[in-house]
Each structure stands twice: as C-alpha cells, then as structure tokens.
Design a protein around this ligand. Structure first.
Ligand SMILES: Nc1ncnc2c1ncn2[C@@H]1O[C@H](COP(=O)(O)OP(=O)(O)O)[C@@H](O)[C@H]1O
Ligand SMILES: [Mg+2]
Length: 259
C-alpha cells in the first residue's frame, strides 16, 4: 500500500551565497502492506520524521518515488482528504487551545462536506473507541491529562477512517505506564479499523510491541529491515546493538570500548 523507492531528501538552508545542505534521507526504501505496521527506529536526527513527512505527502522527495496504492503521495492530503493521518509527540501543541476537544476531533471532517449532526455523531463514536466518554467533547485541551490528550489526538487521526496513519514519537513524551496503555489502544484500534501504520520512535522497545517489521535508520540511510521478533537477540551491527541496549532489549556489552 505504501511504497518508498530510493527516496532522498535534502534540506537547504542559509543565504544564497552561503548555502548549506543536509541530506536527511538517502535512498531510503520500504513498503508497508495494507493493515500492516512498519516500525522505523533510529537515533535522534537520523531522518525518521523526514521520512514520516514524505509518507504523509508533506515533503516531496528530491529523488526517488513515494507512492500510496500506486499514486504519488505528495499532495495527497489535498487531493483525497482523510486518506492519511498523523499522531505526533506533543499532543499539547497539536490542539487549538481555544477549540473544544470535540470540535478539534471533528475538524478533519469539515473538508469532507459532512453535516454538523453527522460530525457530532462521528466524534462521539470515535471518542468512545479511544476510551474517552462523551463529555470530554466539550472540554478544552488544557483540561485533559497528557494521556487523555494523546487519546484525543488518536481520535482526531482516526475520525476520517484513514487508510494509513503515521505515529511519530507518539508515546515518547508520556510516562511509562501511560505509554503501555496508549500502545495497547493503538493495537486494538488497528485490529478494528485495519489501517496501515508507520510507527516512528527512537525507542526500539515501543516499536517492537506494535510493528510486524522494523526498519533501522542511521544518518538518513535504512541500514537494516527485519521482522520485529529478530530484535530480541543481539544484532551484528553495532548501531543496531546500541539501540537494542538503549531500550533495554539486550544487556549492555561491557567489553565494547567507549561505553
Ligand atoms: N527543515 C529543516 N531544515 C534543515 N535541516 C533539517 C530540517 N528538518 C530536519 N533537519 C535535519 O535533518 C536531519 C534529520 O531530521 P529528522 O528527520 O527530524 O530526524 P529524527 O526525526 O530522526 O530526529 C537532522 O540532522 C535535522 O537537523
Ligand atoms: Mg523526529
């Protein structure tokens, strides 16, 4: 369903006479079949969010192809509203502080020509599915806890029943016990609604819980793609092993110099 073929992205910054370039993605390729989850894991700055934005059609690759069901993804949000959705790290920034939670969740439906009554029905139904009662609809974002706000952003992402959802560090800002609840919720909703997922995190432990397959990214390059279960035991590559150690999946190798 989602297919990236040798995607490269270069950021340009600075003045015309002092241009600087950053190759944030270098010939990255992966596929996400319908209803399946790909985990994308790597250190901070490795290019995860860049590939997430390519998959959401927000960034046009400088080279290579990014397609959703055979159609270029770039600009798809405008052409087919509601097909793609994202859940990001900081739910406190993703809500308009002056809009009630109900209106914010309903907002992705406004462009689909839905009536106000249908909008309210859809919002109440999705709120219930993410474990928030109907009366959260009339609250403001600052009246919710971090975990509740993340439930609300999941509701907003799913209200249009998208085919594909990107979760970018969606649980990273939450306490560990809340993280587990949200990961469980995402798993349940995937079983019910069957959207394809790109689940991005620096933490292999969170990724492994949801993903069927995991791609590891280092400096914009996908350096390994393997079934999630193969990350339970130490991998040969030292970068991958560092991620495994950082998320507590394997014991730290004390013989390794510089640790
Ligand atoms: N808009 C931008 N302009 C210039 N450089 C950027 C921009 N966005 C990200 N970068 C750089 O590209 C690299 C990859 O960033 P990003 O995709 O956000 O990584 P990650 O999500 O893995 O932390 C980083 O070195 C980052 O500093
Ligand atoms: Mg990021």
């Amino acid at each position: 369903m989602i297919h990236l073929d040798h995607v490269s992205v270069r950021y340009r910054s600075g003045m015309p006479w002092a241009r600087t370039y950053k190759d944030a993605a270098r010939e990255a390729s992966f596929s996400i079949p319908e209803g399946s989850t790909l985990g994308l894991v790597g250190e901070s700055g490795s290019g995860k969010s860049t590939l997430g934005k390519v998959c959401l059609g927000l960034l046009r690759p400088d080279a290579g192809q990014a397609q959703l069901a055979g159609e270029p993804i770039y600009g798809i949000g405008r052409r087919r509203p509601g097909t793609l959705a994202a859940v990001l790290q900081h739910p406190e920034w993703s809500f308009n502080p002056k809009l009630t939670i109900g209106r914010s969740i309903g907002e992705p439906l406004w462009r689909t020509g839905i009536t106000r009554d249908e909008e309210i029905k859809a919002v109440v139904s999705i709120l219930e599915r993410v474990g928030l009662s109907e009366d959260y609809s009339s609250r403001l974002p600052n009246e919710l806890s971090g975990g509740q706000r993340q439930r609300a952003s999941i509701a907003r992402a799913l209200v249009t029943t998208p085919k594909f959802v990107v979760f970018d560090e969606a649980v990273s800002a939450l306490d560990v016990s809340i993280q587990a609840q949200i990961l469980n919720l995402i798993k349940e909703l995937q079983n019910e609604i069957r959207f394809a997922t790109l689940f991005i995190s620096h933490d292999l432990a969170a990724v492994r819980y949801l993903a069927h397959e995991i791609a590891v990214i280092n400096q914009g390059k996908i350096i390994a793609t393997a079934p999630a279960k193969s990350f339970y035991s130490p991998m040969a590559d030292s970068y991958v092993r560092r991620l495994q150690e950082a998320s507590g999946l394997i014991e730290v190798d004390k013989k390794e110099p510089g640790l």
